[in-house]
Design a protein around this ligand. Structure first.
Ligand code: DP6
Length: 330
């Protein structure tokens, strides 16, 4: 029996057009298409080994045994890989993040992208990038956008495309060096978030605004794609703020209501708008948490960092450029 062990590295991504809500929760088929950029400075490194001596999968994350729910989610994903490869062996999974501890930046996107790439290689499967992305999506939706590199579009693959699961995966629309954008993250709270994304996706459809948000996403997605391809920062700024606010409007108005913002979240949002009105190229986006991701061209990033540090309530900042796709370590 050949060695069934492989190690993969993946970067998390920040969505510029958000994924929020599924039309099929089991398959993680999203309600709408989304667009993101990978984050070069953050990485998850995962080693998977299928072993004949194990009775159950064992999962270690950042040198600690994973919680029961995390282990179950990983095992369910490994079952998908085992079914494809027709193997039964249980696996040992060892995963490490380079994210500074306690920043609230932990990401299921890089976790499931690295797990998918490592597990498939360890199982002897040779899948295309598209197929790896499609499989990663089943573990965590946003993970499908961390498999290819640079700026990535995840097609919802809805009714127009026949609604099949096989066309819903991430594709690169521009490589990392296409546009030197930076994400300066203002960390306003490091604690674990109250409601995670998976729970949030299930609540999305209880908001009366979700249908409107979903119906209006193709127009924003197209504007965002065009702004990226043309490196048009003012156009990008407008559309990413609109899209993030549309998602938060849905979060706030669902049942139960999800209100992730802290006072410092709003302080950074207001400051970003004021700086932009004065001519500084910077725009915000916010995920399912209170931290504010300030997107800017590399030229503005020194000033953006300097200004954000001075805002009361910002505990620390973290900066990243645009990253590549997931890959195997030789
Ligand atoms: C707000 O991909 O984390 O970050 O599929 O349940 O793992 P699961 O959800 P996840 O949702 C990401 C939500 C978001 C927006 C985005 O990244 O597009």
């Amino acid at each position: 029996m050949p060695e069934q062990r492989a190690t993969a590295i993946a970067h998390p991504n920040i969505a510029l057009i958000k994924y929020w809500g599924n039309r099929d929760h089991a398959l993680r088929l999203p309600a709408n298409s989304s667009l993101s950029m990978n984050l070069a400075a953050l990485a998850t490194t995962t080693t998977v080994e299928f072993r004949s001596d194990l009775d159950a999968d064992s999962v270690t994350i950042d040198d600690a045994e994973a919680t029961a729910s995390a282990r179950e989610r990983v095992s369910t994903h490994l079952d998908r890989v085992r079914a494809l490869a027709s193997i039964q062996r249980k696996a040992s999974v060892i995963s490490r993040n380079n994210f500074p501890a306690g920043t609230g930046l932990a990401s299921s996107a890089s976790a499931f992208a690295a797990l998918t790439v490592a597990a498939c290689a360890a199982a002897g499967l040779q899948l295309s990038t598209d197929a790896l992305s499609r499989l990663a999506r089943r573990g965590s939706g946003s993970a499908c956008r961390s498999v290819p590199g640079g700026f990535v579009l995840w097609d919802a693959c809805g009714a127009d495309a026949g609604g099949e699961d096989n066309c819903s995966f991430g594709r690169t629309i521009a490589p990392p060096d296409h546009w030197d954008l930076r994400n300066v993250v203002a960390i306003v709270e490091s604690a674990h978030k109250a409601a995670g994304s998976t729970e949030g996706h299930a609540i999305a459809e209880t908001s009366p605004f979700q249908a409107v948000r979903v119906a209006s996403t193709p127009e924003r997605l197209e504007r965002c794609r065009a702004a990226i391809l043309a490196r048009d920062f003012p156009a990008l700024a407008d559309v990413i703020e609109q899209d993030a606010l549309a998602m938060h409007a849905v979060m706030m108005t669902g049942t139960p209501s999800l209100l992730y913002w802290r006072p410092a979240t709003l302080a950074v949002m207001q400051a970003v708008r004021a700086w932009r009105a004065e001519g500084l190229a910077v725009a915000f986006t916010i995920d399912a948490g209170p931290n504010v991701h300030c997107i800017c061209p590399a030229e503005s990033s020194t000033q953006v960092k300097h200004l954000i540090r001075a805002i009361p309530g910002v505990e620390r900042i973290f900066t990243s450029g645009v990253g590549g796709g997931s890959y195997l370590l030789a």
